[in-house]
Design a binder for this molecule. Structure first.
Ligand code: HGY
Ligand code: MN
Ligand code: MN
Length: 402
């Protein structure tokens, strides 16, 4: 069994339950995953450092110590019903690529750093790509530390805790990045349908995350006549369906309400307050705008017609992010040399590469997801594709180093 397959199986045990894998940021299971990465990297002789939010960097020296490092990595955290490959694959593959360079005795000019980003999913703390956003200075450390989970625990406290916190490692000082590469499972059906084993990402879709609250009036489910109600949940339903209709009408836009809380939550009590998440995405920012406009139009309408109050808070905004064209050409050259015809594919999923592209040339490689499934326990990629991806990543590092 290859190292990449073996290590992914070991990681998949951390946070595993019948619903998939759950490794939220700064939880004991996710800390164990960071410890495992640190152990593997140390065993292979790389210098390990950590930054203040918990990102890990395993450095393989280049011939020119003054050169800025090439960073290669992905994230170790998962959504609550995660699979074994989203994020973890790119982290393990980065380490395997460095070890492959050692095995073949290839000396790069740039130092190469395998990176494990923290908090990419934004599952426990509500900002996505948190570790890479802080690293790329898009979010301040203080802002990040002040975030809190649904139990009211702040990230600062979670990172200070013994069982979920930072590891005991030297601080990463270096801030320069020559280039960023990320290998990831596609999480969609395109490569499999095309019968292609490698994808070169053209662009990462734009994404806006919000928190919305609708407030109405509670009351007895049996005695309040329908024309006297301000039912927060019925108003929310109208808003959600209006956003969905706008996304369908625009085409190429997707909107998802994945989490919704109804208060007070009694079966015979009219809902007084609904809070819910909105995940609005499109490769075209005008379309994301159109979905947000649909929210506000319907919110105004139901406020008047149903007597409810509607609030919307933007939590996280990422504009559509094109990948670096020169790096993309390099990835195509690598695929060609490997006898693989790589497909240009857009990424509907968000990635740390969105943040890294703000501070350095960034590019992504995809391998196929079986059935396109992801963010669910049955997420799966064939072992042969996992191994092919590591080879492509190793060759890509050498290509980018030139
Ligand atoms: O939500 C996303 O697209 C990513 O998996 N965090
Ligand atoms: Mn994900
Ligand atoms: Mn991911």
């Amino acid at each position: 069994m290859s190292k990449v397959v073996e290590r992914l199986a070991e990681l998949a045990e951390l946070g595993k339950y019948e619903g998939g894998i759950n490794r939220g940021l700064a939880t004991p299971q996710e800390r164990k995953a960071r410890e495992l990465f640190a152990r593997w990297a140390t065993e292979s002789g790389y210098q390990l450092t950590q930054d203040p939010i918990g990102n890990l960097f395993a450095r393989r020296n280049g011939s020119d110590p003054a050169a800025a490092p090439i960073l290669v990595g992905s994230h170790l955290d998962t959504v609550p019903t995660g699979g074994a490959y989203d994020g973890a694959y790119g982290v393990v593959a980065a380490l395997c690529a460095l070890e492959e360079l050692d095995r073949e005795g290839t000396q790069t000019r740039h130092p190469i750093e395998a990176v494990a980003w923290v908090g990419e999913e934004g599952s426990r703390f509500p900002i996505g790509c948190l570790g890479s956003a802080v690293f790329a200075r898009l979010t301040s450390l203080d802002e990040a530390y002040a975030l809190h989970d649904e139990a009211g625990v702040s990230l600062a406290d979670a990172l200070a805790s013994a069982d979920g916190g930072l590891l005991d490692l030297p601080q990463r000082g270096e801030q320069r990045v020559a280039a960023y590469l990320e290998l990831h499972v596609e999480q969609g059906p395109v490569l499999e349908a095309a019968g292609v084993h490698l994808g070169v990402v053209s662009a990462i879709t734009g994404q806006i995350r919000y928190r919305a609250v609708v407030e109405g009036t509670s009351g007895h489910a049996g005695t309040v006549p329908m024309d006297r109600r301000s039912d927060a949940l019925s108003a929310t339903a109208e808003i959600i369906l209006a956003m969905e209709a706008a996304a369908r009408k625009e085409g190429g836009a997707v909107v998802t309400v994945g989490r919704l809380v109804v208060e007070p939550g009694g079966t015979n009590v009219i809902p007084a307050r609904v809070s819910f998440s909105i995940d609005n995405r499109s490769p075209d920012s005008d379309k994301m705008e159109a979905v947000e406009v649909a929210f506000h139009k319907t919110a105004d309408d139901v406020s008047k017609r149903r007597g409810v109050r509607v609030m919307l808070e933007r939590l996280d905004v990422h504009q559509p992010t094109p990948m670096d064209s020169k790096l993309r050409e390099g990835l195509h050259r690598v695929a060609k040399i490997m006898g693989q015809n790589a497909l240009d594919v857009a990424s509907g999923a968000g990635h740390d590469a969105m943040c890294m592209a703000k501070m350095a040339p960034a590019a992504m490689l995809f391998v196929p997801s079986i059935g396109g499934h992801s963010h669910v326990g049955q997420e799966r990629t064939a072992d042969a594709d996992l191994e092919l991806g590591v080879t492509a990543l190793t060759r890509a590092i050498v290509e980018v180093d030139k």
